[in-house]
Ligand binder design. Structure first.
Ligand SMILES: NC(=O)N[C@H](N)C(=O)O
Length: 273
């Protein structure tokens, strides 16, 4: 069974300066795993037996695209109508326990490593039917329709079902697990897993208009974020604003892997909303 770090909550020990690694700048934020405690959870209307760590949300009203939340469901917890926004699409990636997603009357049991894409207004529900706690990433974006194209179909898949795409000239040391077909232009967001084998690097400072949410699923790495090199490990979250230069290298004995959100495939708006 795949295993990822997921926050467990609790209160911070008085003896430990766990928040020392937290960073917030105009270009990026780092939320280390140690600060995802009981103090910073939210409880959302319409959910039962549930709480969430909000890791990212649009800040300035129009310049940012997405929200990312780690949801935690007690046994029996969930929501019959999780999404209040009729324009919101979402990606759900399970990191711990079991999660049942019901869509069009069909219930699917999801396990760690499983991913679902749910288009706007599709009317899905979520429930933890397991005996232990369930934890999953809930990544939401306001869907931007493209002329002549409908909204994407739902996707239910798993990282074990998708062969990673290697980057050229890396001998597979850097690869990407793609949950949605890149050629399907109905999609305006991609959720992928970036895989770096020990010694793998992103050797140049990628700088682009797309935003990112990065949640480290496994391992350790050193990430270049704008002007800084930051050590990160499993359970840490990074929020990168548009244009934030970024590079990294795997820094531990094992693989360094992260869940990546990216907005894609749409012409930029020429006026502020
Ligand atoms: N930071 C990243 O992993 N970025 C990706 N290579 C990407 O933007 O596709």
């Amino acid at each position: 069974m795949t295993s990822y770090y997921a926050p467990k909550g609790g209160l911070p020990p008085q003896s430990d300066l766990l928040s020392g690694r937290a960073i917030f700048t105009p270009a990026y934020a780092v939320i280390p795993r140690g600060v995802m405690t009981d103090i910073v959870t939210s409880v959302f209307p319409g959910w039962t037996g549930a709480r969430g760590w909000v890791l990212a949300r649009p800040l300035s009203g129009f310049a940012e695209t997405f929200s990312q939340i780690i949801m935690e469901l007690a046994p029996g917890g969930g929501a019959d109508a999780p999404e209040p926004d009729p324009e919101a699409e979402c990606g759900i990636f399970v990191v711990e326990g079991a999660l049942e997603i019901t869509l069009d009357g069909a219930a699917r049991e999801m396990r760690p490593g499983d991913y679902a894409y749910l288009p706007p207004a599709c009317g899905y529900s979520v429930r933890n039917r397991g005996e232990g706690v369930s934890r999953f990433h809930w990544i939401r974006k306001s869907y931007e329709p493209a002329s002549g194209l409908g909204a994407p179909d739902p996707i239910f898949t798993s990282e074990s079902e998708v062969a990673p795409t290697p980057m050229p000239d890396t001998a597979g040391a850097w690869s990407t697990t793609r949950f949605a077909p890149p050629e399907d232009l109905r999609h305006d967001m991609h959720v992928t897993i970036v895989n770096l084998e020990p010694g793998g690097v992103i050797p140049f400072a990628e700088t682009h208009v797309m935003e990112h949410g990065l949640y480290v699923l496994e391992g350790k790495g050193v990430y270049r974020l704008n002007d800084d090199w930051v050590e990160v490990e499993a359970g840490d979250f990074m929020w990168l604003r548009a244009f934030c230069p970024q590079a990294c290298y795997a820094g531990g004995p094992g693989r360094f892997r992260y869940l990546l959100y990216k907005d894609v495939n749409r012409l930029p708006k020429l006026r502020a909303l």
